[in-house]
Design a binder for this molecule. Structure first.
Ligand code: ADE
Ligand code: ZN
Length: 333
């Protein structure tokens, strides 16, 4: 076996966790088409191929437009169950043993879908994943940062009834122009209610958004964070405190954060001993689930087996699993 084959085999055979996955971003065109028919929801595409060929993005906002449009086919609890179950089957294939998934309730409640419908569908599939495949999971509820802070409190209120199912709140959607400070009060309330916090920051936005996510939103992890290398003081802090950065390489290429995978800064971040790991973000839109992200990135950046091990270990270390479970998995890598 050559080095590439050794790394590819290692990635396939090693138990892994994923910490940055939007469940709505795992909606494959085939299921989108099926649900549009089942629910009689019109989509502006005539075929699965036509959907796929529309996936050319120039930045985050150009993607989000298509992503929210795709989510419109999700109506019933069964739809949310089916969506989540399809992702779980991918987890099984990729040997993901623990996953922490985001959902965007506001992209559904704004269309008149009940919060309970969404969470019960997702949770039902995750319970089945645990019973049938021993895959464990956590759910993170994201607020859409392009919306105002005020209506988010109502969503937080709804989440209180499902505290047993939701471990943390996060912040996603259009980053530029929607700084973390806009949601300071909301996150303060969420923390008081017992939720952990995470936030997308430094995907397209400046290092300042990473600073503010840490200081104002008290996040346990930064989602993406790739813009941090522009600020040496920030890098020092991220390294010293081993703040997890949930990097998503194929996403960054599809959304033109870097021009090509060979120019991604993941290896530089690893060399600076930052707590980075690899994730798939919205795999149905970005052309690859977790193992593809790991394999393609390893090839493009010439990562060695030790680098890949560190990435996988970092992911377990940064998960919201209890310490005992983390240690059991870490001992297997
Ligand atoms: N929602 C889904 N994917 C996202 C991303 N990559 N950045 C911000 N919000 C998102
Ligand atoms: Zn994301």
């Amino acid at each position: 076996m050559n080095d590439t084959e050794i790394i590819t085999n290692y990635i396939q055979n090693t138990p892994k966790t994923e910490l940055h996955l939007h469940i709505e971003g795992s909606l494959e065109p085939e299921l989108m088409f099926k649900l549009s028919k089942r629910n009689k929801i019109e989509i502006p595409f005539k075929s699965v191929d036509e959907i796929r060929s529309a996936y050319n993005f120039s930045n985050l906002d150009s993607f989000l437009k298509i992503y929210y449009q795709g989510s419109n086919v999700l109506i019933t609890e069964e739809d949310f169950f089916d969506l989540t179950w399809e992702y779980i089957l991918r987890c099984k294939k990729d040997n993901i043993v623990h996953t922490e998934i985001f959902f965007d309730p506001q992209s559904h409640t704004e269309r008149g879908i009940e919060f309970n419908t969404i969470i019960n569908g997702i949770y039902g599939a995750l319970k089945k994943a645990n019973a049938e495949f021993n895959i464990t999971s956590k759910i993170i509820m994201c607020f859409l940062r392009h919306l105002d802070e005020e209506p988010c409190f109502e969503i937080l209120n709804q989440a209180l009834k499902h505290k047993d199912k939701i471990i943390a709140v996060g912040l996603d959607s259009s980053e530029r122009g929607n700084p973390p400070k806009k949601f300071k009060n909301l996150f303060e309330t969420a923390i008081k209610e017992g939720f952990l916090t995470v936030a997308h920051a430094g995907e397209e936005g400046p290092p300042e958004y990473i600073w503010d996510s840490l200081k104002l939103l008290k996040v346990k992890r930064i989602d993406h964070g790739v813009q941090c290398l522009k600020d040496n003081k920030l890098v020092d802090l991220l390294k010293k405190n081993q703040i997890p950065l949930t990097v998503c390489p194929l996403s960054n290429i599809k959304l033109c954060v870097f021009d090509k995978l060979e120019n991604h800064n993941l290896k530089k971040m690893l060399d600076k001993e930052l707590r980075v790991m690899v994730n798939s973000d919205d795999p149905a839109y970005f052309g690859g689930y977790l193992n593809s992200n790991l394999v393609e990135t390893s090839k493009a950046l010439n990562l060695g087996l030790e680098d890949v091990k560190i990435l996988i270990k970092n992911s377990f270390k940064s998960s919201f699993l209890d310490e005992k479970s983390k240690n059991i998995w870490l001992s297997k890598i």
